[in-house]
Design a protein around this ligand. Structure first.
Ligand SMILES: [Zn+2]
Length: 464
């Protein structure tokens, strides 16, 4: 994510909710946990199962803001489950089936609690069908901004980090449970309906058009998006893969927004030269015109950019470089818990430095020195607290750490670490300790003291 403006960090006491415990060593079935125990997103995610695939069919009518949906989730029980929970905020559930049989269900706030007719043994694959509908609303967050599905003047935008998905489909809403997706979205004929992955065509009938999208690489739920409205959509091929870019029709056809996303392929190629092969089956980008979207988000294979990034005279390619870098750092290799977000944002910020140097504007050494001079070392990059998860310590201090690693091990080992890490962890999740361990093994020397000093030390670290 890139914030459009400096975010005022409100003080917040984070409630530490322990994840529920499910015992399956006594031969009995037990309820799945109500969340994954991530204090940055209390209540989000669930325990006891792992989703493999979401097949979503949604219909949205901008005339009354009403969404109707059918979600088919294919999952595997990781514990012996008597019941399990999905995240679903608002909306009304009409019917739930598990493996084709009607299942009891009830709501508890933003949780959908499902009791199948029979217990699900550990290791069993099962299918959950949820039929639902209503007028979606974003999840309010005073300190992070609202996330999720919101109606716009001509359609809707479903977007947000760390939470968004549960406002428009039932989901295990935490990046530790990545899954593949198929989406069919039906909207009035005159509107576009854009999402992640490979376009699978459109079909029109009775004044409504169904747009199909397929994301075959595992995706964290916050990286799923749906953008509906009047857009100029450009479809082509880049490096043998489909590229779909879309700019809101309300923005100029030849303005900075269009000029910036038009360089998506070129910038992705530059990053691929540093990080290794582009990790997904499609490219793209979507620029929305709604001023309430004051950030850009690295939604998988197709980042969404708020309009505020493109108010300058020329293109803004640094924000494009940032969101595209996330396709490797964040999307392909995802955080297992939100306290390690610097693993996404530090590298995406560093990619801005790499791109600016390549583009002839500012060297990486200059960016590093300038940022080092103004850094508040009292604020840690790792586990900064929920209210500070999008703060400078995560982004800028994270990028400083990346460059400190480069200076400590040299260019050759540095880029071997990045490429090797991305290849080894592709389509998975990781923690800070995982990255440090990988860097040490690849460089062949201890690096823990360096990371400690640069990520969390309370005073300015010595330059390596
Ligand atoms: Zn970012």
């Amino acid at each position: 994510m890139t914030r459009g403006r400096r975010w005022g960090a409100a003080a917040l006491a984070v409630a530490l909710l322990a994840g529920g415990c499910t015992r399956d060593d006594d031969g009995r079935f037990h309820p799945g946990a109500a969340d994954v125990g991530d204090p940055y997103v209390p209540g989000a995610g669930n325990g006891g199962y792992d989703v493999g695939h979401y097949a979503l069919k949604v219909r949205y009518d901008p005339a009354n803001d009403r969404l109707t949906g059918e979600a088919l989730l294919t999952a595997t029980a990781t514990k012996a489950l008597s019941r399990f929970q999905l995240d679903l905020a608002g909306l009304t559930v009409d019917r739930v089936r598990v493996d084709g049989a009607p299942a009891k269900h009830r709501r508890d706030g933003a949780e959908l609690i499902v009791t199948p007719p029979h217990g699900l043994p550990a290791g069993q694959r099962f299918a959950v069908e949820v039929t639902y509908g209503g007028v979606p609303e974003p999840l309010p967050s005073a300190e992070l901004g609202d996330g999720g599905f919101r109606a716009t003047g001509d359609g809707a935008i479903a977007l947000g980090q760390p939470e968004s998905a549960s406002t428009w489909y039932p989901v295990n809403d935490h990046p530790s449970d990545k899954a593949t997706y198929d989406l069919e979205v039906t909207v009035p004929d005159r509107l576009a309906a854009l999402s992640n992955g490979v376009p699978k065509g459109t079909e029109s009938r009775d004044g409504w058009t169904t747009w199909r999208w397929s994301e075959d690489s595992p995706m964290a739920s916050y990286l799923s998006t749906l953008v509906i409205g009047h857009y100029r959509v450009a479809t082509g091929t880049h490096a043998g893969k489909p590229i779909v870019t879309a700019v809101a029709a309300g923005l100029p056809a030849d303005g900075p927004a269009a000029a910036s996303v038009a360089r998506t392929g070129e910038i992705a190629d530059f990053l691929s030269g540093r990080f290794g092969p582009y990790p997904f089956d499609a490219y793209g980008g979507i620029v929305v015109a709604d001023d309430r979207i004051r950030y850009a988000l690295e939604t998988q294979s197709r980042p969404v950019y708020g309009p505020g990034f493109f108010r300058g005279a020329g293109p803004n390619t640094e924000v494009v470089a940032h969101e595209l870098a996330h396709q490797w750092f964040g999307d392909s290799v995802s955080v297992a818990r939100w306290s390690d977000l610097w693993l996404n944002e530090g590298f995406a910020t560093y990619a801005e430095w790499l791109w600016a140097e390549h583009d002839g504007r500012r060297t990486v050494e200059r960016a590093f020195a300038d940022r080092y001079a103004v850094t508040d070392w009292s604020k840690p990059s790792v586990d900064p607290g929920r209210a500070a998860m999008f703060g400078d310590a995560v982004y800028q201090r994270g990028a400083l750490t990346v460059h400190a690693l480069r200076r400590a091990v040299g260019d050759d080992a540095f880029f071997r670490i990045l490429r090797g890490w991305l290849a080894e962890r592709r389509n998975g999740t990781a923690t800070t300790a995982d990255f440090i361990g990988y860097a040490e093994r690849t460089a062949g020397k201890p690096l823990r003291p360096l990371f400690d000093a640069w990520l969390v030390g309370a005073s300015a670290p010595a330059l390596p």
